[in-house]
Design a protein around this ligand. Structure first.
Ligand code: ARG
Length: 463
């Protein structure tokens, strides 16, 4: 295919080099943004009298036709073109003749690709944001529905203190809420139009960059033409956001995988999100959660690749930057896919309340409360800690729980013990007395849910 940039060279590329150079196989998904950007550009060119109104109309009609035909699959994007920008321009000239060649006035592919990518990511990330809200909502609803379930809270994966299952779940809601706001920040920061920066130095034409930015719903224009075509910080930022989302997902998945094991049996996944084994008939594997956990690896890889592509690149545009797209598209798609599978998987997950409660009965998870009991009666905490430690030691030896020891025995160990100690170390008391702000008590958990609901209601009203 004859190259549009034939002139300085013959434009006849070695066949493999031609393929190697081409980005259309992956940048074709930005066709809509490319065409909308061109329509705005043509509108501005006519407004500034750089092209005639007549030419503008022909160009816009041609571009709109191409968009409609691609959307309706009447027109296939040919992979012979070098990239989507060249494809659209060539198709336009094919349809409207010489006038099509005026479109690329006061523009370069360098600012064009920077524009298209920002617009594409801006659009696609709205979906990510919406899906994050759905996820947070599912967590909040689960927390509401299981508000009386007590489970052991862990540190070092050892039973530590009793907590509400809702409290544990809501910890993830906080993570995803931060992810949402991080994504929002990144999107806000990148929403400036680079178009009009041209190859790198701006243009001699009397353009109106602000007009293009307004037409395309940007917050404004970028301030330095060299930076505008060299900047891919927004890809790095988005991939960082995706990496953090995936890190959160991998922790959540890991817990679900543990909880579905026979050793824990805390939760049950719906059959629609598990698989069997080809050899072991008894198996019900949490493959979706495992895949989500595993896919964090590829997203971290996408982030590292992007950072490495940009490292040491001289200003302004370099073809290395064409390597931005596959990674960012992969990271984006992976996060979208993970959200799509995780939200209904979590929504349909059932909780084995009894098993969680039974786990609380062993492991002395109320030992802190027994020490606190003595401390509140005047014993210094360090001494109370030591005494309770020795009581736990005795229980372990004699295969008893703290509740099994009689009041007489307790009194022999310390006269501060009284019959109200049993009430004090009951699991529900342990949970509900942790009423400090953000603690695990029912009241504090209800507050968290209330705040989350406010957040969700407000954010959802924006769409
Ligand atoms: N396909 C190119 C990319 O993705 C578009 C920009 C090409 N610019 C250039 N000067 N060759 O980066």
């Amino acid at each position: 295919m004859q190259k549009m940039w034939t002139g300085r060279t013959s434009g006849e590329l070695n066949e493999f080099a031609d393929d190697f150079n081409s980005s259309i196989s992956f940048d074709k998904k930005m066709y809509k943004q490319d065409i909308c950007g061109s329509i705005a550009h043509a509108t501005m060119l006519a407004n500034q009298k750089i092209i005639s109104v007549d030419d503008r109309d022909k160009i816009i009609a041609g571009l709109s036709g191409i968009l409609a035909d691609i959307d309706s699959k009447k027109l296939a994007i040919s992979e012979d073109a070098e990239d989507i920008h060249m494809f659209v321009e060539a198709e336009l000239t094919k349809r409207i003749g010489e006038v099509g060649k005026r479109l690329h006035t006061a523009r370069s592919r360098n600012d064009q690709v920077a524009l298209d990518l920002r617009m594409y990511l801006r659009d696609e990330n709205q979906l990510v944001k919406k899906m994050l809200l759905q996820l947070i909502e599912v967590i909040a609803n689960k927390a509401k529905n299981y508000s009386d379930v007590i489970m052991p809270g862990y540190t070092h994966l050892q039973r530590a203190q009793p907590i509400l299952f809702s409290h544990h779940l809501l910890a993830y809601a906080q993570m995803f809420k931060r992810d949402y706001s991080r994504l929002q920040d990144a999107l806000e920061r990148m929403n400036y139009s680079p178009l009009g920066s041209c190859a790198l130095a701006g243009t001699t034409y009397d353009t109106n960059r602000k007009m293009v930015a307004d037409l395309l719903q940007f917050n404004g224009v970028t301030e330095n033409s060299i930076d505008s075509v060299a900047d891919r910080d927004f890809c790095v930022e988005l991939l960082s956001c995706y990496s953090i989302i995936m890190m959160h997902f991998s922790r959540f998945s890991e817990e679900i995988i543990l909880w579905t094991s026979s050793e824990f049996s805390y939760v049950q996944l719906d059959d629609a999100f598990t698989t069997g084994s080809s050899i072991m008939p008894q198996k019900k594997n949490s493959d979706m959660a495992e895949l989500v956990r595993g896919k964090s690896g590829r997203v971290y890889g996408d982030l590292m690749a992007m950072l490495t592509v940009l490292k040491g690149l001289p200003l302004a545009y370099n073809k290395d930057m064409q390597e931005d797209k596959e990674g960012i598209f992969d990271g984006l798609k992976t996060v979208q896919d993970c959200l799509q599978v995780f939200v209904p998987m979590l929504d349909s997950m059932k909780v084995n309340k009894e098993n969680m409660l039974n786990s609380c009965k062993t492991g002395f998870i109320n030992a802190t409360d027994l020490a606190d009991y003595l401390t509140k009666k005047g014993l210094p905490f360090r001494e109370a800690y030591k005494l309770v430690g020795s009581i736990v030691g005795k229980c372990v030896k004699e295969k008893l729980t703290l509740e099994d020891i009689t009041l007489d025995e307790y009194k022999q160990m310390c006269e501060l013990f009284d019959k109200d100690l049993y009430e004090e170390i009951a699991l529900e008391t342990c949970v509900n007395k942790r009423n400090s702000e953000g603690g695990t008590s029912k009241a504090q958990v209800a507050k968290q849910i209330e705040k989350l609901t406010e957040f969700l209601d407000y954010e959802k009203s924006l769409y």
